[in-house]
Design a protein around this ligand. Structure first.
Ligand code: ATP
Length: 234
C-alpha cells in the first residue's frame, strides 16, 4: 500500500452480485472514475461467484451475469469485467480477490467502490476490517448520509481512524489503520436496485432503461432460465 496521500495510477474495483447489472452500478463506476481522475487507469467490475452473505438460490449463473456485464461495459474501454472470482472454489471473499489483484499488480493502489450500506457491514465480511491493508475505499452515500455521519460511521468501524485532508472533489477522507484511506464521495444515489428489477421482471413489467440495452438483450434471450432462478426468491 502506498503511503497516505502519495499519487500514482491505480485501479478502482466495484464488486457485486450484478443480478442483473443496472444503471446504478454503471453510473457509480463512471462518476467514481471522473472523481478519481489521474489516481486510476480504469474501473474493474468484479462479479461475485458465490456471495458469502446473500441467498444464492435466486442468483443467475455466473456465466450469464458476467456476460451481461461484459455486454454492458463494451462501449467504454476503461471499464472492464474481471471474472477472477469464478476461478476459486468456496465463498467469494473480497479479501482473497484483493490479494489476487495485489499479487498480479504489486505496484498498483486499489480503490474499492461501495455504497454506504455495504461499508457499514464490513465487520460482517471475512477480514472486513483488515481490508485497508489491501485497498482504499470510495464510499458513496445512500439516502441522505452526510459527511459527518460518514466520519462517525468510519470511527465506529475503526476507532483509530483519523481525519485526512480530502483527496476527492467535495469529499471527506479518513486514514484507516493498515494504510488505506476511506474517501467519502457524495454522489446522487440512483433509485435503482437489482432486487427491484427482479420484482418488475417477474411481474411482467418493463425494465427498459434500468438495465443497459446490451445486457437486457441477453436477459430477454434467456427468459425461461431467468424466471426459474428469480422465482426461487419468492
Ligand atoms: P440487490 O438489490 O440484489 O441487493 P444491488 O442492486 O444492491 O443488488 P449489488 O450487485 O449487490 O447490486 O451491488 C454492488 C455494489 O453497487 C454495492 O456496493 C452497492 O452498494 C452498489 N450499488 C447498488 N445499487 C446502487 C445504486 N443505485 N447507486 C450506487 N451504487 C449502487
Amino acid at each position: 500500500m502506498t503511503a497516505h496521500g502519495v499519487r500514482r495510477p491505480g485501479r478502482a474495483i466495484l464488486g457485486g452480485s450484478f443480478n442483473p447489472p443496472h444503471v446504478g452500478h454503471l453510473r457509480l463506476a463512471v462518476e467514481a472514475r471522473e472523481a478519481l481522475g489521474d489516481l486510476v487507469r480504469g474501473v474493474d467490475m468484479v462479479p461475485c461467484a458465490q456471495p458469502p452473505h446473500k441467498k444464492t438460490g435466486h442468483l443467475l449463473p455466473f456465466e450469464l451475469r458476467a456476460a451481461m456485464l461484459e455486454a454492458a461495459l463494451a462501449p467504454l474501454p476503461w471499464l472492464r469485467c474481471n471474472r477472477l472470482e469464478a476461478l476459486r472454489d468456496g465463498p467469494s471473499y473480497t479479501w482473497d480477490t484483493l490479494q489476487a489483484y495485489r499479487a498480479a499488480e504489486p505496484d498498483t493502489d486499489f480503490y474499492f467502490l461501495l455504497g454506504s450500506p455495504d461499508f457499514a457491514l464490513l465487520p460482517t465480511w471475512h477480514q472486513g476490517l483488515e481490508l485497508p491493508r489491501l485497498c482504499h475505499f470510495v464510499v458513496v452515500p445512500r439516502g441522505d448520509l452526510t459527511a459527518e455521519e460518514f466520519t462517525d460511521m468510519t470511527s465506529a468501524l475503526w476507532p483509530e481512524a483519523r481525519e485526512h485532508p480530502p483527496v476527492l472533489p467535495g469529499g471527506r477522507c479518513m486514514a484507516l489503520p493498515g494504510g488505506g484511506l476511506a474517501h467519502f464521495l457524495p454522489l446522487p444515489w440512483l433509485a435503482v436496485s437489482a432486487s427491484r428489477i427482479r420484482e418488475l421482471w417477474l411481474a411482467g413489467r418493463s425494465v427498459d432503461y434500468l438495465v443497459p440495452r446490451a445486457a437486457l438483450n441477453l436477459l430477454q434471450s434467456h427468459r425461461q432460465a431467468i424466471a426459474a432462478h428469480w422465482q426461487e426468491a419468492k
